[in-house]
Design a protein around this ligand. Structure first.
Ligand code: ADP
Length: 325
C-alpha cells in the first residue's frame, strides 16, 4: 500500500515537473520571438535614411508591424498555453480517476475475499461435522440451520456484487408494475423465519403499487432489513412500515440499535463506507449495501435518508416520488 502511494506521489511529481517545463519552454519561446522581433525592427529602423521626407511614415509603419507581430506571438502563445492547460487538466483527472478506480477495486477484492471466506469455512465445517458424526436430531437441525444462514449471506453478497457491477455499467433494468406490499411482505416473512427471536413491528398498507425492477427493489428492502438486524442487539425489535401518502409511497425500516452519529449519516451511503475501523468493528460487511440502496432508490425516483429512532436506533426512510401510473 505504501509503495503504491509512493508511486502515485512520484508520478504526480513527474507530471507537475513536466507541465512546468512545457509552460516554461512556451514562455521562453515567446520571449525569444519578441527579442528577435525587436532586433529585426531595430535593424530595419537603423537602415532608414533620416533625411528621407517619408521617414516618419516609414518609422511608424515599422513600429506598427512590430506591434502586429508581437500581438500575433502573444495570441499564438495564449492559445498554446490554453490547449496545454486544458489537456493537462483532462489528463490529470483521467489518471486520478484511474487510480481511484484501481483502489476501489482492490478494496472490493479485499472485502469480498474477507466476506466470502467466513461463510464458506463455516458451511464446510458444518457439513464435515454432519458427514463424520452421528448427531442427534436437534444438533443436526442446528447445524443445517447455521449452514443455511451462511449460504443466505453468501447469496445476498453475490447479489449485491453482481447488481452493483451491472448498475455501474449502466445496464437498463425492468420497469414493471409491482405490488410493493407483497414484495415487502415476502422479504419480511423470510427475515422473520430466519430471526424468530425478534419482535417484528409491521404495518403494511395493502396494494401499494410501484413501477420498477422487482429484483432490485427486493435487494433494497433486504439490505435495509439485514442492516436493522445486524446493527441492533439480539432480541431487540425491528420495525417496518409501508404507506401511501399524497402520491408518494413511503417505506420505513427501523431498529433499536446504537444508531448512527450525525456526522456519519451522509457518509454511510458511499461505496465501501463502513463506520469505525478494522480494529473496532464487530460486524461483517463490505460497505456495499447502503450504496446499492441509494443507487436503486435513485433509479426508481426515490429518496433514501436515515434519521434517529427513539429512544435509540435508526430509521431508514425510502420515499418513492412516482409510484405506478
Ligand atoms: P455493511 O453493512 O456491509 O458494512 P452498508 O453499506 O450496508 O455496509 O452500511 C454501511 C455502514 O453503515 C455500516 O458499516 C454501518 O456502520 C452503518 N449502518 C448501516 N445500517 C445501520 C443501522 N441500521 N444501524 C447502525 N449503523 C448502520
Amino acid at each position: 500500500m505504501n509503495a503504491k502511494r509512493k508511486r502515485l506521489l512520484n508520478i504526480t511529481l513527474l507530471y507537475w515537473l513536466l507541465l512546468l517545463y512545457i509552460v516554461a519552454a512556451l514562455v521562453f519561446w515567446y520571449l525569444e520571438l519578441e527579442e528577435q522581433n525587436l532586433q529585426m525592427i531595430s535593424h530595419r529602423i537603423s537602415e532608414l535614411v533620416h533625411d528621407d521626407p517619408s521617414y516618419p511614415e516609414k518609422l511608424q509603419a515599422l513600429w506598427s508591424e512590430k506591434q502586429r507581430k508581437s500581438a500575433q506571438y502573444l495570441g499564438e502563445g495564449v492559445v498554446f498555453l490554453a490547449v496545454i492547460i486544458i489537456g493537462a487538466v483532462f489528463m490529470y483527472r483521467a489518471v486520478r480517476r484511474q487510480f481511484a478506480l484501481q483502489r476501489q477495486q482492490e478494496n472490493l477484492m479485499m472485502a469480498i475475499t474477507h466476506e466470502l471466506k467466513t461463510p464458506i469455512a463455516v458451511a464446510k465445517l458444518n457439513l464435515e461435522t454432519l458427514q463424520r458424526h452421528q448427531l442427534d436430531e436437534t444438533k443436526r437441525q442446528k447445524l443445517i440451520q447455521m449452514t443455511l444462514q451462511e449460504t443466505n449471506r453468501l447469496n445476498a453478497l453475490a447479489g449485491n456484487i453482481l447488481v452493483s457491477a451491472q448498475l455501474e455499467e449502466g445496464k437498463s433494468f425492468a420497469r414493471e408494475e409491482i405490488d410493493f406490499s407483497d414484495l415487502v411482505k415476502n422479504s419480511l416473512s423470510e427475515f422473520s423465519n430466519r430471526h424468530p427471536d425478534r419482535t417484528w413491528n409491521v404495518s403494511l398498507q395493502e396494494d401499494t403499487e410501484l413501477r420498477g425492477d422487482p429484483l432490485l427493489l427486493t435487494i433494497l428492502v433486504n439490505n435495509l432489513l439485514e442492516n436493522a438486524i445486524k446493527y441492533s442487539p439480539p432480541g431487540s425489535p425491528v420495525g417496518c412500515s409501508l404507506q401511501k401518502a399524497g402520491g408518494q409511497v413511503v417505506l420505513r425500516i427501523s431498529d433499536a440499535g446504537a444508531g448512527i452519529p450525525q456526522t456519519e449519516k451522509g457518509r454511510i451511503f458511499r461505496k465501501f463506507y463502513r463506520l469505525g475501523s478494522e480494529q473496532t468493528r464487530t460486524t461483517k460487511g463490505t460497505g456495499l449495501g447502503l450504496y446499492l440502496c441509494r443507487k436503486i432508490a435513485a433509479d426508481h425516483h426515490a429518496h433514501i435518508k436515515v434519521t434517529d429512532n427513539t429512544p435509540h436506533g435508526s430509521v431508514f426512510t425510502v420515499k418513492f416520488e412516482k409510484p405506478a401510473h
